[in-house]
Write a protein that binds this ligand. Structure first.
Ligand code: 5MM
Length: 354
């Protein structure tokens, strides 16, 4: 019974033409993003910004679920309604980030492992009382000439699988997020190789922990060349490499793959998602988005903490959500970008530090 409920929730999160809003930035990350735009970061400004996103008109036409941070799930909207209830009232499923961040992995040269398994079952019980139905855990894998080590991949895969098993036992759909970072000069092929090794290890550990593949979602990076690689791949090269890697390593029982944007420009993330969905070949899973920066950056830069820009910021957020929703169906074209005024045609995510 529980498994059938998990499967239904997972499928709802990747319903046709919908994807997930990742609004689970830690206080440190959102503060850095606010400060670049000279927005003061405090509990009230963070609450206001999240309320702007969650109450954007028509959001539920394109957004199935939203991932919240621990601070946000406890906050009240301006009318006194809890923020997760604002989402539920609008037909958007609230989710919660449950890893407690990455820590240095012992016996490595600065590699990281995500932590937060201790007490996780108890934390999930509390989050359930706030209405959360799914969870997210992000592991970070860095590429350089000698990295990642096998040790780092296996430690992160093991933690992801233990997290997923605890979530399912507690009635939560786990989003399993192994994030192979874009930072560095590595090639597209090297990203494909490391993403493949990581996914292989993740599904090996998920199987060992008896995680039900039907009741989870995968949130991987797309296969792209590193940001400092002199040879950047075309949209279709990225799409082909990403799909090939997923076909080789992700079982067909997984209902959906919801990509992270990882610091790509918002327009590229949309174009890549669209092209992946247009590729020939087997695609047994829904291919959708769980973007943070690629959905939010323009809206945040428009709002800038100013109440007078609230409606414009919501329109810009919905514009990106609509275009990404179209991309999940392979129906996006760049001309869609002209339909509303944009703050900048060459807007690129400014975040390089996470
Ligand atoms: C990789 O980050 C996740 C997806 O966001 P992007 O589409 O911007 O890459 C995101 O859900 C991330 O896990 C959260 O924002 C939490 O990040 P921090 O760095 O605050 O732990």
């Amino acid at each position: 019974m529980m498994l059938r409920g998990l499967e239904a929730t997972a499928r709802t999160l990747v319903a046709n033409g919908k994807g997930i809003l990742a609004a689970d930035e830690t206080i440190g990350t959102i503060t850095r993003r606010f400060e670049r735009l000279k927005i003061e970061s405090n509990a009230e400004s963070r609450r206001t910004y999240r309320e702007l996103l969650f109450t954007a008109p028509e959001a539920s036409s394109f957004i199935s679920g939203a991932i919240l941070h621990d601070e946000t799930i406890r906050q009240l909207g301006s009318d006194g309604t809890r923020l997760p209830d604002l989402l539920l009232d609008r037909g958007i499923i609230p989710g919660i980030k449950v890893d407690l961040g990455v820590k240095r992995l012992a016996n490595t040269e600065g590699e990281m492992v995500a932590e937060g398994l201790d007490g996780l079952a108890d934390r999930l019980n509390e989050y359930r009382s706030f209405g959360a139905q799914f969870a997210k855990w992000r592991a970070v894998i860095r590429i350089d000439e000698r990295l990642p080590t096998r040790k780092c991949i296996v430690a992160n895969a093991h933690a992801l699988a233990r997290y997923a098993a605890i979530c399912q036992e507690g009635g939560f759909v786990p989003i399993v997020e192994p994030d192979v970072l874009m930072d560095g000069p590595h090639t597209l092929d090297r990203c494909a190789e490391i993403t493949g090794q990581t996914l292989h290890s993740v599904f090996d550990e998920l199987s060992r922990q008896d995680v039900s593949l039907e009741g989870m979602l995968l949130k991987p990076n797309m296969v792209v060349a590193g940001t400092a690689c002199p040879t950047q791949a075309s949209i279709t090269e990225v799409a082909a490499a990403t799909l090939r890697c997923l076909q080789r390593h992700v079982p067909a029982a997984v209902p959906g793959i919801v990509f992270l944007s990882g610091g790509q420009s918002d327009l590229k993330a949309t174009a890549h998602l669209n092209s992946i969905n247009l590729m020939d070949g087997p695609k047994p899973w829904k291919l959708s988005f769980s973007f943070g920066r690629a959905l939010q950056d323009r809206a945040l830069a428009t709002w800038r903490g100013n109440k007078a820009h609230w409606i414009d910021a919501q329109r810009i957020f919905i514009h990106r959500a609509r275009n990404n929703a179209a991309a999940t169906l392979g129906k996006y074209t760049p001309s869609f970008e002209n339909e509303i005024r944009q703050p900048s045609d060459t807007f690129v995510s400014t975040d390089e530090d996470d």
